[in-house]
Design a protein around this ligand. Structure first.
Ligand code: LUZ
Ligand code: MOS
Length: 755
């Protein structure tokens, strides 16, 4: 039952039966209040006053807390302090928090919130235009500082010397996280200034910091607890923290426990999304499809505040190459400031957006040359031990391995011919096939985040309680950590328990993010276990192979400490951008890379733009998997979530900055029926990794981009329709998501005389 075994997820049965406890399942204590957020209904405005009398008249339990009530700091942020926890005057996006309304029931609190009248000053007639989209921000030159840039090789020379230069633009839309559990917080005042907070967050330590600062109380008196969360996907890496602080504020001021769980429409307007991206590129290539140089500007829609947008852009800059050796690269990141909710981390963190832009130009290069895009892709793969555009050597390059396996298991060549035959015989239905590789850099790009802690207790009955810095969001982290401890002690996994993540058990934790939580917390758990094992080796009068229970009891009687605090920091990493952007920067951003490849086949309806994914074959390198059952689930889930990103999930904001997509009736995440009819997922075999715990690799984010195979299979099918429509076989633009409308319009006129 130790590492490398397909152990069942530790809370699978509890989740299946509904017994698993989430924040809002914690029993309501007597006298508790319920919070409802007061959110701005407009994208811009100046608050003149907030009238609360109608709300307060509803019930004596009603109270409304606003920025004026904040005893500590109100201006905070993920990295740079550039946003108010509760807006005091200037509204710069719809969905900003203007206050926290509490009442004796959740319904009453929401009713009271609706009775609050936020009076805005009339906008001045000469006020600048509202900025909602990337293009509007670019036109207004409205950028935030923090966009890095880099250059390696002679970009101008490469473009001049190339036989062909392709210029183009690709847009990639954002994505709503749509975790099943929306933002939820329960704040319980204990005594004096002490506060206990139960939050659905990927970041208990930042929650603690925000609560401490907003309330003006020491961090030592604030404990944040996370038992599990109902999905995070990056959406709870930072954006939960101010809301939890506002709930804690209401708890402090009312002196009562306050709980607040957002409704879906509130969550979708408050929490931000994956960053929409725009890539404007120039790529030089030769007749054989070899890429010689790339010059690219990446623009992201950051929303009203910086949040993590700088780091997201850094990861985008590190992934403009996807899997390809590009001898000369110039890449610049621009963070667009807009009057929309602040965009944030989302599984892949800028990587998927940047890699989709890369694959779009690769696909168009192939179309211009009349070659199969798969051939152009393979011709440009990094060789073993090649160097990336930021100077990191790919010592563990497994591109050829995953590519070779997926091409043969999918019978790519045979099916390429079958697809061509189908398309020759059908005018209004077209099939498409595409193979896409990926490479994902593993580590937080901000060096200080690559650290983890653990606290391990061995009890006298030989059972073990593990606490570590990572939170369980359904991804199976606690299960893997229990396996690590079980292997260390040589005991069954059932003798190890992981209860919760809490700032009073393991302090100063980093967010559970960047796909490295098993890597770094696993090492910290192992460090703690090894300290205890070293002490157990000194116990007298017990056989070396005695059961842990026997050793632990003897150790206790001999006054030996059976608890240990483990710690880990990822060695060797750390990258500095060149502030001038004239060089590639210096240092190694990533500890190692994960590789994968996928082949997808789709069929589209040329008349409606509808599509179905008929088959997908995936091969993913997860090292020597800590738990192949969990890792398979992660790969499958990431792929389907990526399919949503690149096909059906389309965020719509209106010209006035209002968020139109505020629920599942407007915003289409993948349904069960969207899972590929044939879905073959395998983990690369014999793939050890000396740079992570027990030779494993992280798995959360890297497979998401494999869903680009579906996007490019759609583009392949559209390409066939365009030939029939008389549009030729050259390059064309398909922006993401490949919605039905985009597919239909890209197919060209179906009956020219009618259009
Ligand atoms: N979060 C972060 C992340 O703060 N830095 C990162 O590099 C990162 N990468 C992926 C996902 N979350
Ligand atoms: Mo994430 S995007 O690893 O929270």
């Amino acid at each position: 039952g130790g590492v490398h075994m397909p152990e069942m997820h530790a809370s699978a049965l509890l989740q299946a039966t509904g017994e698993a406890v989430y924040v809002d399942d914690i029993p309501v204590a007597a006298g508790s209040l319920f919070g409802a957020p007061l959110l701005s209904s407009v994208a811009r405005g100046t608050i003149e006053r907030i009238e609360t009398s109608a709300a307060l008249a509803l019930d004596p339990s009603v109270a409304v807390y606003t920025a004026d009530d904040v005893p500590g700091m109100n201006v905070l942020g993920a990295i740079v302090y550039d946003e108010e926890v509760i807006v005091s005057k200037e509204i710069t996006s719809q969905g900003q928090l203007l206050g926290m309304v509490v009442a004796s029931s959740a319904d009453l609190a929401r009713l009271a919130a609706r009775k609050v009248n936020v009076v805005l000053t009339e906008a001045a007639p000469d006020a600048p235009e509202l900025v909602v989209t990337i293009d509007e921000a670019v036109a207004a030159g409205q950028y935030m500082s923090g966009g890095n840039k880099m250059k390696s090789g002679d970009v101008e020379g490469a473009l001049e010397g190339a036989s062909h230069v392709l210029e183009g633009t690709t847009y990639v839309g954002g994505q709503e996280h749509f975790y099943l559990e929306t933002f939820a917080t329960l704040a319980v005042p204990v005594e004096g200034e002490q506060m206990k907070v139960y939050a659905s967050t990927q970041n208990p330590s930042k929650t603690q910091k925000f609560v401490s600062r907003v309330l003006g109380v020491p961090s030592a008196k604030v404990a944040v607890h996370v038992k599990r969360i109902g999905g995070g996907f990056g959406g709870k890496e930072t954006r939960t923290c101010p809301l939890s602080a506002a709930v804690a504020l209401a708890a402090k001021l009312s002196g009562k426990p306050v709980r607040c769980m957002l409704d879906r429409d509130e969550d979708m307007v408050y929490s931000g999304t994956r960053h929409p991206y725009k890539g404007v590129y120039k790529v030089g290539y030769n007749d054989d499809g070899k890429i010689l140089g790339l010059d690219i500007d990446l623009y992201s829609n950051a929303g009203f505040s910086l949040d993590l947008s700088g780091s997201v852009m850094d990861r985008a800059l590190f992934h403009v190459d996807n899997a390809y050796k590009i001898p000369a690269v110039g890449a610049r990141g621009w963070l667009c400031k807009t009057n929309t909710p602040s965009n944030t981390a989302f599984r892949g963190f800028g990587g998927p957006q940047s890699m989709l832009i890369c694959e779009s130009w690769i696909d168009n290069v192939a179309r211009e040359l009349g070659k199969d895009p798969a051939e152009v892709r393979a011709a440009n793969f990094y060789e073993p031990d090649a160097t990336t555009h930021y100077g990191q050597v790919l010592t563990d390059n497994r591109l050829e391995a995953v590519w070779g396996e997926v091409m043969s298991k999918s019978e790519y060549e045979t099916r390429r011919a079958e697809v061509a035959a189908f398309n020759a015989a059908h005018r209004w239905r077209k099939r498409g096939l595409a193979a896409v590789p990926t490479k994902f850099g593993m580590s937080f790009t901000a060096k200080f985040l690559n650290q983890a802690g653990a606290l391990v207790h061995v009890y006298q009955d030989g059972t073990v309680l593990v606490s570590h810095g990572g939170i369980e969001m359904g991804q199976g982290l606690h299960t893997k950590m229990a396996q690590v401890a079980a292997s260390a002690f040589g005991i069954p996994v059932s003798d190890v328990y992981v209860d919760e993540t809490a700032t009073d058990k393991v302090a100063n934790t980093v967010p559970t993010a960047a796909s490295v939580s098993s890597d770094i917390n696993g090492m910290a758990v192992l460090d703690a276990c090894e300290q205890i094992l070293a002490r157990l080796a000194t116990v007298e009068g017990v056989a070396a192979d005695a059961p842990l229970a026997e050793k632990a009891l003897a150790a206790h009687l001999q006054r030996i400490n059976l608890s240990a605090n483990g710690f880990y920091k990822t060695p060797d990493i750390g990258f500095e951008f060149d502030p001038t952007g004239e060089t590639a920067g210096s240092g190694m951003p990533f500890n190692y890379f994960c590789y994968g490849a996928a082949v997808a086949e789709v069929e589209i309806d040329v008349l409606t733009g509808d599509h179905v994914v008929t088959r997908a074959d995936l091969v993913m390198d997860v090292g020597d998997s800590l738990n192949p059952a969990i890792d398979l689930g992660q790969v499958e889930g990431a792929f389907v979530q990526g399919m949503g990103l690149f096909t059906t999930e389309e965020l719509i904001k209106l010209g006035n900055g209002h968020v139109f997509t505020r629920g599942p009736s407007f915003y289409k995440i993948p349904a069960f029926s969207d899972i590929p009819s044939i879905f073959n997922v395998s983990l690369l075999k014999d793939a050890p990794n000396s740079r992570a715990i027990h030779s494993s690799k992280g798995v959360g984010e890297p497979p998401l981009f494999l869903a680009a195979s579906v996007f490019f299979a759609i583009k392949d099918a559209v390409g066939a329709a365009r030939v029939d429509a008389g549009l030729g076989s050259g390059a064309f633009d398909l922006h993401s998501p490949a919605s039905s409308e985009r597919i239909r319009m890209a197919c060209g006129p179906v009956a020219p005389e009618l259009e």
